[in-house]
Design a protein around this ligand. Structure first.
Ligand SMILES: [Zn+2]
Length: 103
């Protein structure tokens, strides 16, 4: 494996993508809708400035660059993202429900 860290040009490219995502936020705010992806993009841009971009906010590991390539606004690694989505939807969908038969 060559190149263990993000190259400057790659970060610049992501910054550009994030700015485009963040720009959508303006449209959504005007139309009165929240758009979490754009919010995340703004957050990611802030994190690039801080030098904390690409680090999972929950567990602190480096987010794999393959993940950042598909989701440049990601603030969590896949494990933490899955966990956080599971937690936020855990009270929905009673898949364990089995209709009870009268004996
Ligand atoms: Zn994590």
């Amino acid at each position: 494996m060559t190149g263990r860290r993000e190259t400057t040009s790659r970060v610049k490219h992501r910054q550009k993508m994030l700015r485009e995502l963040a720009a959508e936020e303006v449209v959504y705010v005007i139309s009165g809708q929240g758009h979490s992806r754009a919010v995340e993009a703004l957050e990611a841009l802030r994190r690039i400035k801080d030098g904390t971009y690409g680090i999972c906010v929950d567990c602190g590991i480096l987010i794999p660059s393959a993940r950042l390539q598909v989701k440049p606004e990601a603030t969590r690694c896949i494990d933490c993202q899955t966990e956080s989505e599971r937690r936020s939807t855990s009270h929905q969908g009673d898949s364990d429900y089995v209709p009870r038969r009268s004996a």
